[in-house]
Write a protein of this length. Structure first.
Length: 442
């Protein structure tokens, strides 16, 4: 699929040991037998891809790991990644009926991973024989979860699919942006490889950045799916942020996951308090930083990160500086950075600076993590495709844009949600494309 060699750094693997180790076979059987196999399955309803949770767990309980994996894959082709990266505490496991009886929820994610790891280790293909061929050609722009799910569903039904990706590796944020202790690069790539073996073509290093490039795709394909994610990380807007010691959170995570960053020294300041900020702060700690601060303009109760992520960061040794914002970044005489900050408070709907509250943090690295920018201006050039607040506007039932030849899904539509939401978007769009193609041939 790619000529890029994955890093094999034993120290990196040691530092980024998994938060939740996999089940041993006997432990998986015991946990599977705890499930009540609810007929109404609130866990299934809580999953955006509606995996048949009781069904796949029952198969684990009977020793049918292959059948369990196939049941998962029927709903979610990225079931392995989702088992690791999904916030199950607020999705399937959060909906488990065991909570009603003051008991621990079924460990659905670890059971799902158990089945999926066995399937991938077997080397089995999802399409052992080619599907009936359709005269339908689809291009997916971007190789993230939405496009991968869309492509897989289309291939199941015989469509010809090509994924166009500007980077060297597939997987989108699964590969480049999810913390290594949650989802390793190799695990993301093996799912993309499974989809490639279904007959999906990948074109890497292909940038669609002009009307001419888009027109070329339109001449080659019948329908185009936009799985382009979000834009670049937002800038802090303070003097000195172009200093080489300033690296945004997604760039930091991608650098160590792809072997370009092996260690960090001294003090790191992460600006922002979302889940990506937490991942970057934890990574800095694991890469060797002695002190890691998260600087946030609001209070502890206002962070956008999940509560369990916040608690994890505290366990990693990350320190939080509340109601404080950066003013400027400047180098000192010793090659370090000086981050000037000020205390703020909310007055009405406005954040105002507290007089005489300025302070300076001496650090080695500043990591902005205040979200990603809206879509690039190229999106505005797409014919009859409406953009609202930087997001592509679609029919939520089909993923179709205002242009019948364009569908969209994932972060470019929802503004940045979970992997499983992107998978659901991609699959939904694929089914709508197939229905559109059938209607056109009636």
């Amino acid at each position: 699929m790619s000529t890029v060699t994955l890093p094999d750094d034993p120290l990196l693997r040691e530092r980024f040991g998994e938060i939740k180790p996999p089940f041993a076979p006997q432990a998986a059987l015991v946990e599977a037998h705890r499930c009540l196999y609810c007929f109404d399955a609130p866990c299934t309803s809580a999953c955006p891809t509606h995996i048949d949770v009781p069904g796949f767990i029952k198969r684990i309980a009977t020793g049918n790991l292959r059948g369990s994996a196939l049941r998962i894959l029927d709903a979610n082709v990225l079931g392995g990644s989702c088992a690791r990266a999904c916030p199950v505490e607020v999705l399937c496991e959060g909906a488990c009926v065991m909570h009603r009886y003051n008991r621990d929820p079924i460990q659905i994610a670890l059971l799902q991973r158990h089945a999926m790891d066995a399937f991938h280790a077997s080397g089995e293909d999802l399409l052992p024989s080619p599907p009936a061929r359709r005269d339908l050609r689809i291009a997916c722009i971007g190789a993230g979860p939405a496009s991968l799910a869309c492509a897989a569903e289309l291939r199941r039904h015989g469509a010809s699919v090509t994924i166009v990706e500007r980077r060297a590796l597939p997987g989108g944020l699964n590969t480049y942006g999810v913390a290594e202790y949650k989802l390793r690069v190799a695990e993301s790539l093996r799912e993309a490889e499974l989809i490639r073996r279904m007959g999906v073509e990948f074109r890497f290093g292909s940038v669609i950045d002009s009307a001419q490039a888009l027109e070329k795709l339109e001449s080659e394909f019948d329908i185009i799916f936009l799985g382009v994610g979000l834009g670049a990380m937002q800038r802090l807007g303070v003097p000195g942020e172009d200093h080489e010691g300033v690296i945004n959170a997604l760039a930091l995570i991608a650098a160590y996951k792809t072997g370009r960053l092996h260690g960090i020294e001294g003090t790191v300041v992460v600006v922002g308090a979302g889940n990506t900020a937490i991942d970057a702060a934890n990574a800095a700690r694991r890469l060797g930083a002695e002190t890691v601060y998260i600087l946030y303009r609001r209070g502890e109760n206002d962070i956008s990160a999940f509560h369990f992520e916040y608690e994890h960061a505290k366990q990693e040794g990350v320190q939080f500086l509340w109601r404080r914002v950066p003013l400027a970044i400047r180098p000192d005489a010793h090659g370090r950075l000086l981050l000037d900050t000020v205390q703020v408070q909310q007055v009405g709907m406005t954040m105002v600076q507290v007089p005489n509250s300025q302070s300076t943090i001496s650090c080695n690295m500043v990591v902005p993590a205040i979200g990603q920018s809206p879509l690039s201006t190229l999106m505005q050039q797409f014919r009859q495709i409406e953009i609202c607040d930087g997001r592509i506007v679609i029919d939520p039932a089909t993923g179709k844009t205002g242009n019948a030849r364009y569908y969209a899904g994932g972060d470019c539509v929802n503004g940045g949600r979970e992997v499983v939401d992107a998978v659901a978007d991609g699959k939904r769009a694929a089914l709508a494309m197939l229905q559109q193609a059938e209607a056109a041939h009636v």
